[in-house]
Design a protein around this ligand. Structure first.
Ligand SMILES: [Zn+2]
Length: 67
């Protein structure tokens, strides 16, 4: 039986709403999709451009990547 090596685990992004302070983790797949529909971007400390999402709690467009 052939062993299949594990791939790189999907990256997790920590998000926080700047309006209501709701926090959640977003995975790579969600972020990848968001590049398509979210027009707003923020930059992380390591220079990555990350889309701004809609807050799942208050539904405002203020859910930003903090890490
Ligand atoms: Zn919110």
């Amino acid at each position: 039986m052939e062993e299949v090596p594990f791939g790189v685990p999907p990256r997790i992004y920590n998000y926080r709403c700047s309006k209501c302070n709701y926090k959640s983790e977003m995975n790579e797949a969600i972020i990848d999709t968001a590049y398509g529909w979210s027009k707003k971007r923020t930059k992380t400390s390591d220079g990555e451009t990350i889309p701004v999402l809609e807050c799942p709690d208050c539904n405002r467009f203020s859910f930003v990547c903090i890490d």
